[in-house]
Structure formats: C-alpha cells, structure tokens
Design a protein around this ligand. Structure first.
Ligand SMILES: Nc1ncnc2c1ncn2[C@@H]1O[C@H](COP(=O)(O)OP(=O)(O)OP(=O)(O)O)[C@@H](O)[C@H]1O
Ligand SMILES: [Mg+2]
Length: 240
C-alpha cells in the first residue's frame, strides 16, 4: 500500500461556479505532520473542505489510502478514518464536555466502548476531565480547542485535518495546543495542520505547503520553508 495517506492530484475546487483552488498537488505521508500556511483567503480551509467533500471538486482527484474519494460524502469519509476539526463552530456549546465527546463517538455503537474511549481521551486531555460536566460554551478558547480535538479523536481517526486550532489563543495556549498535536501524532495519527501562525505551525511540521491565491507557491521540508530567504518574508510575515 502507498505511504501517502491523503493525496490530491491537480485538484480544482471551489463553491458553486467559483473556482478557489487551481490545481493543487498535495500529499501527507503516514505519521507526518504537514502544515499548510498562506495569506488569508488563499484557500487553506477550502483545501481541507475539498478533501472532505464539503467544497466541490470540479476536476482532479482526492485519494485516501489509495482509494479515490473525490466528492465522496463527509460522513462516509469520516467513517473511513478521516477526522476533522473545523476552524469555527467546532464544539456544541449547549452540551457538556462529556456529551460533546459522546457525540464524537457516534460511529461506535457499544456504550461500554464509548466510556472506555472517553477515559482514554481524558488521559490525553487531563484538563477536560475536571470539566466533564461543564457546558462547552463556558470553556476558555484554549479549552474549547482541546475539546474540539478530543471530540475528533473519539472516533479513532487515522488522519486528522485541523483548521487553525490556535486561532485567537494566548501564546501560552498556542504552545499547549501545538504540543498536544505533536503528542497526537506520536500516538500514531497522521496530521494535516492549517495554521495562521506560520512560524510555530511549521516548527512542529515535517513538511509544509505555502498556498497563495489557490496555488501551491512553495512546498518542501518545513525547515526549508522557515529558512527560505524570500518565501517567509513575502507570504508568511516571517522576519528573517
Ligand atoms: N462557502 C463559501 N462560498 C463561497 N466562497 C467561499 C466559501 N468559503 C470560502 N469562500 C471563499 O474562498 C476563498 C478562500 O477561502 P478559504 O476559507 O479557503 O481561505 P483561507 O486560506 O482558509 O483563509 P483564512 O486564513 O482567512 O482562514 C475566499 O475568497 C473566500 O471568500
Ligand atoms: Mg481558513
């Protein structure tokens, strides 16, 4: 089997008749962290949505574990092992922390199995255990992002697509969330990370993609992007 967990080939995608992505070649290898960076509106979220069947693929292909899943339905893609944490509205504010986790396990029928899984999740996110009965809407921004990731993990995904998990967080929480993502990868989950915080997002990554107006402006080892004399300055607000 191919080592590419997800691959897009010449992906053209958008919304209705509007084309946002103009032929994206992208892949993530098993157990990699791949970080996608780029200016606002460059199509980062759309790339994730096109992979997930939320945005419309006009031409090109999305391959998951060697299988063509182009324009497949989101719920089918989730069941195949692709987890997703959207940029916004990623928890149910009127449900408790525990209820949110239960919702994340909708693919697991056995109640005992769900309980066991929640215990495992609390081992990874000890702060959530203390807030088990609290409404998700009352969590701090950082706690909420932790819950959103925890909820996605409930379904035991093979790969997780994370859309700006550190947006609007204080620097302390940015590091906490990114460290947690590394831990999740180390536990065997492949990661695709979209990050506004280009420097920190690339620092934890193996490889990176720089998207500019729906095209891959640059791709390579994350370290290479961070140290590139122009890319960082031109597109990512990196000084250097
Ligand atoms: N549901 C939608 N319908 C129509 N256009 C959309 C939709 N969602 C996004 N767009 C447009 O697609 C383009 C790319 O948006 P996208 O959200 O992928 O960018 P992004 O790189 O994730 O930006 P940001 O860093 O601000 O999150 C933008 O011009 C946006 O206005
Ligand atoms: Mg976005």
């Amino acid at each position: 089997m191919t080592d590419k967990v997800i691959e897009t080939r010449k992906l053209v995608a958008g919304y209705g008749k509007m084309v946002i992505l103009h032929g994206i070649d992208f892949y993530v290898l098993r157990n990699e962290i791949v970080t996608v960076v780029g200016p606002n509106g460059s199509g980062k979220s759309t790339l994730l949505k096109a992979i997930l069947g939320i945005a419309k693929v006009i031409s090109g292909n999305v391959i998951y574990e060697g299988r063509d899943i182009t324009n497949e339905r989101l719920d089918r893609i989730s069941r195949m092992g692709v987890g997703y944490v959207p940029q916004t509205d990623n928890v149910f504010p009127n449900l408790t922390v525990r209820e949110n986790l239960e919702m994340g396990a909708y693919t697991i029928k056995d109640r005992n199995e769900v309980r066991k899984r929640i215990e495992e999740i609390f081992e990874i996110f000890p702060d959530l255990r203390a807030r088990e009965k609290q409404m998700a809407g009352n969590l701090s921004g950082g706690e909420r992002q932790m819950l959103a990731m925890a909820r996605a993990l409930m379904a035991k995904p093979k790969v997780m697509l994370l859309d700006e998990p550190t947006a609007a967080l204080s620097p302390k929480y940015v590091d906490l969330v990114l460290n947690k993502i590394k831990e999740i990868r180390d536990s065997g989950v492949t990661i695709v990370l979209v990050e506004q915080n280009a420097k920190k997002g690339l620092e934890i990554a193996d490889r990176g993609y720089v998207l500019v107006t729906g095209r891959v402006a640059y791709t390579g080892p994350a370290k290479e992007i961070l140290e590139h004399p122009e890319i960082g300055k031109l597109y990512l607000g990196l000084k250097k």
